[in-house]
Design a protein around this ligand. Structure first.
Ligand code: PLP
Length: 446
């Protein structure tokens, strides 16, 4: 048996899994069926299945067959490296080596602040002193009118999104998002039975005309926008566009969620959409991207009329976010180390964007953010590209994970911050560039 043939077959099956042709938990064809289809032997197919089982993609049961392992949408976007030599460009997180010493110092200082009052149950959503830190954090990056009363504490932005979707919509309701969006939102929609529809994007972000049309035709209860360094396109909405979006929302009866988790990466603060429509907008920030996702510290500025209701949801859901983490977070915000770290991460991102520009032969939208939305050369499909990259130990996220209808986007998302050093970034990008310059292998053109 040719040493490479079963690898090609395994890669082709992975490609079918990635494209949804073989969905999670479905049974794969028998060895004989697939061997006939691919003009090979059952033994070669068996070897390919064994390889996929070792990669944890499929599972075989005696007498029942081989099944695709159930993975969530988020599990596919964010992948753990298979071994140390992998270049993992799938994690959208800050450069953690910068964050470790800052967190160590903050937790050491924080432990001296522990008091019976701060470590007990708290009224309202978290302690006032911690909500004040949230006001200070968000205000630095363009949010006005935040107060400790209208700013609530959550376990990160993902928690804020699911909490607000539960609080503001019912199963079967429609939620409108950018046509390419953060898969965490799509996962909430599919798990909680909300219909998700897309609003067109242009070079300045969400299009006001498309927003108006979707509100008119699809009647969403809720619109979610990511205005800065949008995940995945990297677009940052200029202020003019933010005002236009606010105008359309103001003329309707829908809620807006402004997920500004990457707002701290703007070199000059851009005023939030929420400033224009504070009574119709929920504004989300978090410390995950500037400091560490392990902190699980997020803030929602809530319309005054909705504070009691959202606060009741937080209590019913988690009672309150861990004050221990907020003691450390508040310490970093008060001392200024959170802002210094945010600005260091911003400088690293800008530097790494310039490294990527100098190495990748494909042109892409320039940005000062953590990631690149990389158009693939003609002939490539994103799921197939992801698979081929993975075979070369480079992990990237397929563009199809970011579409509400999982259509082919012809892009992959590349995070520039998750590899530890500039040198590793360069090595990984060179490997990827070789693939970008090659043609899609059409031996099994599914
Ligand atoms: C747009 C967006 N919102 C929310 C999140 C979740 O962030 P957190 O770690 O604060 O829950 C992410 C994470 O990638 C994101 O990209």
């Amino acid at each position: 048996m040719s040493e490479t043939k079963f690898r090609h077959i395994a890669s082709a099956i992975e490609s079918r899994i990635g494209s949804g042709q073989y969905p999670p938990n479905s049974r794969l064809p028998t060895h004989r069926e697939l061997a006939e289809e691919l003009d090979t032997t059952p033994a070669t197919v068996a070897k390919a299945y064994k390889m996929l089982a070792e990669k944890d993609c499929v599972e075989s049961f005696v007498g029942r067959g081989t099944f695709v392992k159930g993975k969530t949408a988020l599990g596919q976007v964010i992948q753990a490296p298979e071994h140390e030599e992998c270049f993992n460009f799938s994690l959208l997180q800050p450069c953690l080596s910068q964050s470790v010493p800052v967190l160590q110092e903050a937790f050491t200082n924080a432990s001296r602040l522990f008091s019976a009052d701060l470590i007990g149950y708290s009224e309202f959503s978290g302690h006032k002193v911690h909500r004040e830190s949230g006001v200070k954090w968000a205000a630095r990056f363009g949010l006005e009118k935040g107060t400790p009363e209208n700013t609530l504490l959550v376990d990160g932005a993902q928690h804020a999104l699911s909490l607000l979707i539960i609080a503001l919509t019912k199963p079967g309701d429609t939620i409108a998002v950018e046509t390419l969006t953060y898969p965490g939102i799509l996962a909430i929609g599919s798990l909680l039975g909300r219909r998700v529809v897309g609003i067109a994007l242009d070079n300045h972000g969400m299009c006001p005309e498309s927003l108006a049309a979707v509100i008119r035709e699809d009647k969403p209860k809720l619109v979610i926008v990511i205005p800065s360094h949008q995940n995945p396109t990297g677009i940052t909405m200029p202020y003019e566009r933010r005002k236009q979006i606010a105008e359309v929302i103001a003329g309707s009866d829908v809620w807006l969620i402004e997920d500004d988790i990457y707002g701290f990466l703007n070199t000059e603060a851009i005023p939030a959409i929420c400033n224009v429509i504070p009574e119709q907008c929920f504004h989300i920030t978090s410390l995950s991207k500037a400091i560490s996702p392990a902190l699980r510290c997020g803030f929602i500025k809530v319309p005054d009329s909705q504070v009691t209701m959202i606060n009741a949801h937080i209590r019913a859901n988690i009672w309150l976010s861990s004050p221990l983490n907020y003691i450390a977070a508040s310490e970093m915000i008060a001392s200024g180390s959170a802002f210094s770290l945010a600005s260091q991460q911003q400088h690293i991102a800008i530097h790494r964007q310039s490294i990527a520009k100098s190495i990748l032969s494909t042109s892409f939208r320039e940005s000062e953010g953590y990631h690149i939305w990389l158009p693939l050369p003609e002939g490539w499909r994103s799921d197939r590209f992801v698979m081929e990259a993975k075979n070369r130990d480079v992990i990237v996220s397929s563009g199809s994970y970011f579409c509400p209808d999982a259509h082919e986007s012809g892009h992959v998302r590349l995070s520039l911050m998750s590899v530890s050093t500039d040198q590793r970034l360069e090595q990984g990008l060179h490997k990827l560039n070789v693939l970008l310059q090659s043609e899609m292998n059409t031996m099994f053109p599914f």
